[in-house]
Design a binder for this molecule. Sequence first.
Ligand SMILES: [Zn+2]
Length: 1008
Amino acid sequence: MNRRLGLKFAMVAIFFVFSAPLLKADGETQPGRDPKQAVDESYTAKMKKYTTEPFFTSPLVNYLPASKNVPTPEAVLGDVAGAPGILPYSTDVYKYMRMLEKATPRVKVFSIGTTEEGREMIAVAISSEENLKKLEENRAKLAKLADPRTLQMNDAEADKIVAQAVPVYYITGTIHSTETGAPTALMELAYRIAVDDSPYVKEIRDGVVTLITPVVEADGRDRMVDLYKWHLAHPKDYYPPLVYWGKYVAHDNNRDAMGVTLKLTENVMNTYVHWNAQVLHDLHESVPYLYDNTIGDGPYNAWIDPILADEWQMIGARNVADMTKFGMPGVFAHGDFDTWSPGYLMFIAALRNGISRLYETFGNGGADTLERTLEPEEYARTWYKQNPPLPRVMWSQRDNNNYEETGLLVSLHYFNENKRTFLKNFYLKAKRSIEKPNTEGPAAYVLPADEVRPTLQLELLRVMQKQHVEISRATSSVTVALPVKKEKKTNKTPEKKEAKKDEKPEPTSKTFPAGSYVIRMDQPYSRIADALLDHQYWSPEDPQKTPYDDTGWTFGELYGVQVARVTDAKILQTAMERVTELRVPGGIKGEGSIFAIENHGEPALASLRYRLKDADMQAVEEAFEAGGRKFAQGTILVKGADRAQLDAATNELGLPTVAFSAVPSVKSHPLRAARILLMHSWLGTQTEGWWRLALDKLQIPYDYASTQTIAGTPDLREKYDVILFPPVGWGGSLDNIINGLPTDWGNPLPWQNTPETPNLVGKNDATADIRPGLGWDGVAKLQKFVNHGGVLLTVMDTSQFAAGIGITTGVSSSHAEKMKIIGSVVGTRLVDGASPIAYGYSEKVAAYCDNGPVFSLSSIAGSRRRRKLGPEMGERPTGRGTKDDPDFAVGRLGMAAPEEPEMEIWENPSITDEQRYNNSRVIPPAMRARVVLRYADAKDLLISGLVEGGGEIAQHPAVVDALYGKGHVVMFSINPVWRGETQGTYSLVLNTVMNFDSLNAGRKNDEK
Ligand SMILES: [Zn+2]
């Protein structure tokens, strides 16, 4: 304890000699009310009434201090926080926070941006009047600790600030809309910190700026309140599940801290960075009764500073200890949550030198008081859960609010007591981030200027920018030394060792051209950049057998662009300049009325196609030369376009375009702005939400309809060229997609705007009853659509569905048995580069795979690969002669055995004469499936993350174009569109769309 603190304690102690003995023997301030301050008796009585057991509250929240001028949450709610039957809309919560702001100088409200649907997000600062007056001054101090370069990395200077600055503790509520309790808990918490004069709370008020975003997912919150109102109005009925939360995604809104595609992530990130907060504490509700999952379980994210892991232990252990002393059961800090993925909202702090925290408290998914029965593993006493939750209790929203507020208050108090340590750590972590090139490395990441996919490089750099990572650009070329790879010990045979002698030596240096982008690791936010750009390895031997989320995410791989990890610190001495505006040059060069645009699988090409809807665009099927330049297969030729318009569009989109007066005749086909229908199931809208988000960002128009609407559309082919059916997600099995939710019993579950549900529909879909699925009529409509020349694109579970309804000639789909590929980056290989689906792609394509289905090919309709009878006969049988000689049979002339065709797993099996004989099921070569990409060999499958038992899927098709009638079903086992992180594979989808009526281009039929 330093002297300043000692003096403070002494003064407090003297004061309390004359009042109540509120100091513990250990010198810490006792939690509990100030007897001199009046209590709001009626509010306190109601809190007590709604708390279902005396041990579900604490001395911190079992009373509410009264105030003459500051309104309690009752002013807006009409009852106390956590009262049964009451869930406020986001605007009600904001209204209350602004009432507080008006009533007391200890509260200030800031608008921090809007959601996709235009709802406001706020941050509420609560602290002493004095602290709030000096907010800007204090923020400038914290900014210096956040960026030690401004202090010349001088620890003594930092210590001066550490001794004075007021830290910021940022709390975020209800990002998950079905987890409903946080807003009322945070309304009351704001009141308590502003009003309560107990020494315990006063220390928090005077010592810390508590910053609160009470509603993170404002769109989803208002929908959830609507649903709850509908439930109250129809108490005997089932009420609909929350099908849509935000405009695009549901639960995954807490997986967006890598890609930063959602407004809520961006707004919280900007707020965290602007305030230089030390903590980001996110509130969730799914585990009884309070699981502080920040300590959680391994493996921890490999890029966090170990100082942070210690801070998690400090705060988490103390949190459990304090609440245990209050006698509150079910508070623990270890459990089923690894901290590997940096996609969670709280990771904004974890990889920005702050402290990430997350609570799971116990929620009822609304404000009903319910009897709750737990699973044995939930109430079992374990080494980390010494006072476990009870097997069965009545549980109320008030109970939940008591736990949330108590946990936050003990955390804030402990944080304040140790704030000098935490502020010093905040500085140290930032300093260590800057020292990274000289400690663990690397020195930098380089995105070379000669990138063939500059628009994708730009998109990746834009993510870095949203992440507040500094980007520089080399003004001259730079050569760096490459790390020397250590020779692995192997059991290679002598021949192989000899062969290795002839191999070319590995290069020892690499030169990057001037203009290359450099992401320096000597910056305060180096850790987030490193975490996103590096590779991940999750060992199959890891004791953690159930990864909580994705295990791999390497952005360079998933964006399909070059990213070099440079360990040679010389890179930092290169002349470079900071870049704040990112642009890729495009536009037209040359004279003439025919324009050529190279195709490197950049999604911007599809944006151009749709923007210039009426221009004649052709995709060339062969490489050609013009004007002394070579153009590859897939190059786009534009004819009859307005030059100025094309120039403006290609400029804006970053697509360099060459003009010619004439182009050698080359085989081509039209590239079309196909009419797209994006089909969703009411079973789940999240995974397809990432697809809507991608199309919207690319400004590609599409219709959006449910499987129910499909069933009622007489002629789909007349209206659409391509139907996209992205993954349904959990529950997306064949029978669920067709049957939907049970309709033989229960009541309709409407998703419609009504007086009770004014916010439900938003900009998405509506239905009188979400229960019916695609139905058999719908299956028939889809079948007819493909049969009449439409293209159906399916992914993962919907590929399984398409195979299941029998419209994928020669392709079957099954689940792997033991394989574990949990959200990993895997290698795939180009099989048929002549397919328009593959235009712009090279030999190796990295893709996102999450235990994708295993596709198998057959050349006989309705059967799988030929079954072998008897043992495998790879070599000659036992008999006469040497190994390479033919055997003989005594007494007759020998006969050479027919050649056994050697087939690869990704090839259509050859048909033998025996199989062909009178077999109407043999698929003619022109109708056999065409494999575009296959999974890499087992040893090359893993790029990032976890691949266990990959042999089951290795070499199997990853993207296959199946024929049915006059149309195509393009099946994906990988997921090409995921969380805004996989832009490198978007063009596999967009190529399918734009070439929908020429997918057979370049097709070679193997007549065997
Ligand atoms: Zn949650």
